[in-house]
Design a protein around this ligand. Structure first.
Ligand SMILES: Cc1ncc(COP(=O)(O)O)c(C=O)c1O
Length: 451
């Protein structure tokens, strides 16, 4: 409806509805809006089109700055995470979490899923024989998916264990009533391959499972030797590489792995919430008749959805996939071997640094990993005090599990860490130790004065 025009010249009764000034402002605003609309139409991507990669790069560099700034105002303080995941992520990975919302049944989601799978297989040393699936859940969900989906009724699983996560594989299998042949070593001892071989000779054994890097003690297990044995006895070989993938040498093909399970939030440097399961093509035929023991973690269902639709069977944690894609991109850009060497060098720095402070390593077997180090808690300080005082100084360390709790502590070098961070950590560790030695000395002087 046309609005009745009022005089802007004033006069008469002196009343005006719109002054000249107001008119100018309105016109200016309209021009501004028109200009904005034009810019938006000219620069906005066509529906479905991708923004030019270079523009995206430039935007990303700017946004990383925003992310850093944004984090300065967050409620929780910043720590250097020296725990074995979730790990320190880069600004770019955090940035990747913030995306326009997409539907997991849309082709955009399939694009990201495909990109993640390709990168994962590359990092995992696949040579065209494996497929990789992403499960929304932690590393344990991936292990439960592998174990519950891969062992036929009445067949046995050999579980090789020398720590908490090896033991967990056995617990998962037993929960699903899968008969387990335990080949168990004490927590601080390397796996003896000959003992595993004896167990594999049993014709009722269908598969053998073990952890590559037993995080709870920081030992690397001989997956290549076991891969060879599994192939010799024609058993499926299932490997938990949750805390080794990206940080230790690992190859689906060279290690002859049938099913490998990892997680996003350790040496891959993405955020927590995703497990990864890689499966060799020869597995499908062998597990065709296995009835699913778990609805959500039915591996064959993940395969069907991936092949037929390039989707996941259930609503995934969509944004964490963007972060994983970004983190894998960073890993491949750095180079897997270069990343591993960086881990080795940070790990050596931690071990040398703490040895220099008189802190005793928990194991000296020659099988120690390069992603975590375990030490006896110094006698002068209780673990809780050590933890709290390091936390006050900005560093998070880790308590060992079960019978080693408090007696042994762990320092991981997983995630986006720098040498500078490790030097800082060692400096503060020394300060905390000195402080405690002084207070222990003071206490004993006071004690002596009393008696
Ligand atoms: C070797 C290994 N396996 C399995 C897990 C379990 O992973 P999550 O805590 O993500 O379930 C961990 C966790 O630290 C691990 O180190």
């Amino acid at each position: 409806m046309a609005r009745k025009r009022n005089s802007s010249k004033g006069g008469g009764n002196g009343k005006v509805d719109i002054t000249l000034f107001e008119k100018r402002i309105r016109r200016g605003l309209q021009q501004g809006r028109d200009l904005l609309a034009e810019i938006v139409t000219r620069t906005a991507p066509k529906p479905g089109a991708r923004i030019d990669a270079r523009v995206a790069d430039a935007t990303e560099i700017r946004t990383n700055g925003y992310i850093e700034k944004l984090l300065e105002h967050k409620e929780y303080p910043k720590y250097v995470l020296l725990n074995p995941g979730p790990v320190q992520t880069t600004a770019q990975v955090k940035n990747a979490l913030v995306q326009h919302d997409i539907c997991h049944r849309d082709s955009d989601f399939s694009d990201i899923l495909r990109s993640v799978e390709e990168k994962l297989l590359n990092v995992m040393g696949a040579e065209g024989n494996h497929r990789a699936f992403v499960i929304t859940g932690s590393g344990t969900s991936g292990m439960e998916c592998a174990i519950s989906s891969a062992i036929p009724e009445g067949k046995k699983l050999v579980v090789v264990s020398n720590g908490a996560f090896g033991d967990r594989i056995g617990e998962i299998a037993e929960l699903h009533r899968i008969p387990v042949v335990d080949v168990r070593f004490s927590w601080a001892h390397p796996v003896r391959v000959a003992e595993v071989e004896r167990a594999l000779a049993d014709p009722d054994v269908f598969a053998v499972a073990m952890v590559h890097h037993e995080t709870s003690i920081g030992l690397l297990n001989p997956i290549r030797d076991l891969g060879r044995l599994a192939a010799k006895y024609d058993k499926l070989f299932i490997v938990d590489c949750v805390s080794s993938l990206g940080g230790e040498r690992f190859s689906l093909e060279l290690d002859q792995i049938d099913i490998a399970v990892s997680s996003a939030n350790k040496c891959l440097h993405a955020v927590s919430g995703l497990a990864v399961v890689a499966v060799h093509q020869r597995v499908w035929d062998r597990i065709r008749d296995v009835r699913p023991r778990v609805y959500y973690l039915d591996l064959k269902r993940y395969m069907r959805y991936a092949v037929d639709l390039e989707q996941t069977p259930f609503t995934p944690a969509v944004n964490t996939l963007f972060a994983l894609d970004r983190a894998l991109g960073e890993l491949l850009a750095e180079g897997v071997e270069e990343r591993i060497k960086r881990y080795e060098s940070l790990n050596a720095l931690i071990r040398r640094g703490l040895a220099g402070l008189g802190v005793e390593p928990f194991t000296e077997t020659g099988c120690e990993s390069h992603t975590i180090s375990s030490f006896f808690t110094p006698e002068s300080i209780a673990f809780d005090d050590l933890y709290r005082e390091l936390k006050n100084r900005g560093f998070i360390i880790y308590n060992a599990k079960e019978h080693l709790k408090d007696r042994v502590f762990q320092v991981a070098n997983m995630g986006a860490l720098t040498r500078g961070m490790i030097y800082d950590f060692l400096f503060h560790f020394e300060q905390v130790l000195k402080q405690h030695q002084r207070s222990v000395a003071k206490q004993s002087r006071a004690h002596l004065a009393v008696i």
